[in-house]
Design a protein around this ligand. Structure first.
Ligand code: UAG
Ligand code: ATP
Ligand code: API
Ligand code: MG
Length: 471
């Protein structure tokens, strides 16, 4: 592709790629210089030009010598729009999901529903780039713009026609998923998380609202989980653009959940749609998975899926890694579940899902990630103390923080809890104390395959450790 194709009047140089890190610049690359949370990318412009960058997308105030300065007050958005032209074509159908919790579960369910409908589908999110037979981690829920667009283009080349991706609030704030035509976007819920980055809940919601005010296509559809208080605002933003709004949930109008009957391995759902009543058994436990299932059905229907077929397909959904995943049955008979709950709302949802099934005690292992929102720690402690019968506080991913300090902040909400710093020992203790009527919940890391301590990622998988301790 010629630079003049991307930017009228530019030299005829050939564009060989796009980069936002100067260390990845090669001759012919367009470099994005962004002011970041840690450093200012503009400080690396000279190095990028020395590395062969032929154009630099940066603020008008930035100094660019020896390459075309593509000046823009919003360099992240402009870079994404240019990169999208370079990496196109993309899968014909793309949908996005945002919300504090439920993004991964929902995009994974959409991928499965599309596969059942016969489409070649993929998802991009916390679990990585996932297709029917492959999964590659990107390290982030919403990867950086270059990783995202190059992966999306790669999926198209592989024959993928349908893509569902997670639009995290960080990703939306940093324009990591611009340039792709998004046909439908879903909102799951809003509760406390990432205030270390957004500062306030209002700013956190604003970041998510951008998916509906700007990213969703002009003829797109918004799908909202109607039972969340913030959904009204999301629907209002979408309607202000004249977009179609589908609402799902017990107060939803498109897919109205009128009955939910939990069983040990799933739940019977009664759903009203288009004046008809449908019954389906969802093979996943937890009210939260019923919410995500309806949201995923809403997205599939928004893209042309048949209502009856889509609802029936919910009965064939497979469990989502690390989301109320039953890791093992302990020797004494107690089932051990692993869940990704790492926010107060999520922890409440996960405990609520399991409590009805615990004839005896619900034993919960919790922690909190370092270098993340600190305010949620005491709230998570409080919820565990209020809802579980026994709480063990341990390490999650301490990252650059002192693990004992993080545990103390969680314990402040659960003074009666047991403190065991080693996650392995904490899981072992929970399983050892569980009787045949009890249930163990290990929360916070879900599918994660490593424990981040300082700069190290130590191999650690809650499910494997639970199985080891239960043997
Ligand atoms: C706080 C945050 O979101 N940071 C992300 C962001 O970094 P940044 O833009 O602030 O970049 P920076 O590190 O300050 O550097 C500024 C610029 O200079 C460039 N640079 C930097 C150094 C250098 O030597 N040369 C160079 O060119 C960088 O490439 C960057 O463009 O953009 C980077 C590239 O896309 C991301 O890797 C980085 O994710 C960090 C590692 C991270 O931990 N992010 C987490 C918090 C995150 O994004 N989580 C969300 C939410 C998950 C959830 O929903 O729970 C996710 O989507 O995963
Ligand atoms: N609809 C929901 N309502 C409330 N809690 C939920 C919901 N869906 C999932 N959860 C809880 O949140 C945890 C994370 O779920 P999931 O990974 O689907 O969310 P996510 O939005 O992708 O999270 P992240 O932002 O960390 O990527 C689950 O393990 C569960 O405890
Ligand atoms: N991937 C997300 C959630 C991590 C969840 C929890 N394990 C933690 O470390 O806080 C993030 O980087 O914010
Ligand atoms: Mg996720």
């Amino acid at each position: 592709m010629k630079l003049s194709t991307l930017v009228g009047g530019a030299p005829d140089a050939t564009v060989t790629g796009f980069a936002i890190d100067h260390r990845k610049v090669a001759p012919g690359v367009v470099f994005g210089a962004f002011q970041g949370a840690v450093v200012n990318g503009e400080d690396y412009i000279a190095a990028a030009v020395a590395g062969g960058a032929i154009a630099v997308v940066a603020r008008p105030e930035a100094q660019v010598v020896g390459a075309l300065h593509i000046a823009d007050a919003n360099p992240r958005r402009r870079f994404a729009q240019l990169a999208a032209q370079f990496f196109a074509p993309f899968p014909e159908v793309a949908v996005a999901v945002t919300g504090t919790n439920g993004k991964t579960s929902t995009v994974e369910m959409v991928r499965q529903l599309w596969r059942m409908a016969g489409f070649h589908a993929a998802s991009i999110g916390t679990l990585g780039v996932t297709t029917a037979d492959d999964r590659v981690s990107t390290g982030l829920t919403t990867p950086d713009i270059v990783t995202f667009l190059s992966n999306v283009a790669g999926l198209k080349r592989e024959g993928v026609s349908h893509l569902a991706f997670e639009a995290s609030s960080h990703g939306l704030s940093q324009y990591r998923t611009e340039g792709l035509a998004v046909r439908a976007a879903a909102f799951t819920n809003l509760s406390r998380d990432h205030l270390d980055y957004h500062g306030t809940m209002a700013a956190y919601l604003d970041a998510k609202l951008r998916l509906f005010s700007e990213v969703l296509a002009d003829d797109g559809t918004a799908v909202v989980w109607a039972d969340d208080p913030a959904s009204a605002r999301v629907a209002e933003v979408a309607r202000a653009r004249g977009l179609r709004v589908l609402s799902v949930g017990t107060t939803g109008e498109t897919l109205k959940l009128v009955g939910r009957d939990p069983t040990l391995l799933g739940q019977g759902l009664v759903i009203e749609a288009e004046g008809k009543t449908y019954k389906v058994t969802l093979p996943l436990i937890g009210a939260y998975q019923a919410a995500n299932a309806l949201t995923s059905a809403g997205l599939v229907i928004a893209c042309g899926g048949d209502v009856a077929t889509t609802i029936a397909a919910l009965g064939r959904l497979q469990p989502v890694r690390g989301r109320l995943e039953r890791a093992v049955i302990a020797a004494q008979g107690a089932p051990v579940y692993v869940d990704y709950a790492h926010t107060p709302d999520a922890l409440e949802a996960a405990i609520s899902a399991l409590k009805p099934h615990a004839a005896g005690r619900l034993i919960v292992v919790i922690g909190a990630g370092g270098d993340r929102d600190q305010g949620k720690r005491i709230e998570m402690g409080r919820i565990a103390a209020a809802m579980a019968d026994h709480v063990i506080v341990t390490d999650d991913n301490p990252r650059s923080e002192d693990p004992a300090t993080i545990r103390a902040m969680v314990l402040a909400g659960a003074p009666e809890a047991t403190e065991i710093g080693s996650r392995r020992d904490a899981i072992g203790a929970a399983i050892a104390m569980a009787g045949p009527q009890d249930i163990v919940l290990i929360a916070g890391k879900g599918h994660e395959q490593g424990q981040i301590v300082g700069d190290l990622v130590l191999p650690f998988d809650d499910v494997s450790v639970a199985r080891e301790m239960a043997a």
